[in-house]
Design a protein around this ligand. Structure first.
Ligand code: OGA
Ligand code: MN
Length: 289
């Protein structure tokens, strides 16, 4: 069993993110180590472990220390081709990849730029945590950016904070990566859910801004043009450079982040280069203001 004595936490930016050293994520963890990781996680929101070689089973075993594993979401039939890959053999795992074998994608969500979003924010119980392990990387780009949404909340002008208190927003997932959600037609068949614009993080008790550019479509009970203008303002605050840690991946990196208080995005990368990351999650719970 590993001892917590060996664990070090080094912040990676002023916004969020910290590197953890002295933990082998492939081996069993003591309760003290789990507590130390949780403590660092609550403070830094995104944790980075470098140089890890983890099997799928080891990744799932590690993530299980932090809660019940989340299932990969099944897209509705009409959107299925955007979400399913042929090499995903475990319902708890999503391969984030652009790789194709015989013309068939092995995973999903793996191509090009990915706008800021919350993983499964369009469901009633958004994942608490996401864990991502780098297996193949392009020569450049494909960085993952994380924004600290506690800081975004704190930076909101008082009038905006007041005006949006008690409001909910519609989150909708069309399985796109860099295009606004479209609610002009009938979206009843597209996965969606309403969440408070501001949520209280169930563990830290801190308030966080809970909207993102990719999937948040409307502030409930507001005329469309007013809602769009306010959401744009919220996105701009949420995506301020000073709130962002940008992770430049190295092979063997293992990242874990908290979806209740961060949003994340991916920068573009060369189309013809391969990129493969293995993702798993911890199931969430309903969120309240
Ligand atoms: C994800 C995700 C970003 C990336 O797996 O949820 O958003 O950099 N990935 O591939
Ligand atoms: Mn994501």
């Amino acid at each position: 069993m590993q001892d917590v004595i060996d664990l070090t936490v080094t912040p990676l930016s002023d916004a969020c993110g910290a590197e953890i050293k002295g933990v082998d994520v492939t081996r069993p963890l003591s309760q003290r180590t789990v507590q130390a990781i949780k403590h660092a996680w609550a403070k830094h929101l995104v944790l980075v472990f470098r140089g890890q070689a983890i099997t799928q089973d080891q990744q799932l075993a590690f993530a299980s220390y932090f809660g019940d594993l989340g299932n990969r979401k099944k897209a509705p039939e009409t959107l299925r081709s955007r979400a399913e890959g042929i090499l995903q053999d475990n319902e708890k795992v999503l391969l984030v990849s652009n790789i194709k074998v015989d013309g068939q994608p092995i995973g999903a969500f793996g191509e090009g730029e990915f706008w800021f979003h919350i993983d499964s924010g369009y469901t009633a119980r958004p994942y608490k945590y996401t864990f991502l392990h780098a297996l193949e990387l392009p020569s450049t780009g494909g960085n993952t950016k994380f924004s600290n949404m506690y800081k975004a909340y704190e930076a909101l002008p008082a009038a905006l904070k007041q005006g949006l208190t008690g409001k909910k927003a519609l989150h909708l997932h069309e399985y796109k990566r860099s295009e606004k959600a479209d609610i002009s037609g009938d979206f009843s068949g597209i996965p969606h859910h309403y969440h408070p614009v501001f949520i209280t993080h169930p563990e830290t008790g801190r308030k966080s801004l809970f909207v993102d550019r990719l999937m948040t479509a409307l502030i409930d009970g507001m005329p469309a043009n007013e809602s769009s203008a306010i959401l744009e303002q919220l996105y701009e605050i949420g995506e301020r450079r000073e709130f962002i840690y940008e992770h430049v991946w190295q092979l063997g990196d293992f990242l874990m982040w908290d979806n209740r208080c961060t949003i994340h995005a991916r920068t573009d990368f060369p189309k013809h280069e391969r990129r493969l990351l293995r993702r798993c999650t911890v199931q969430g719970e309903p969120l309240f203001e």
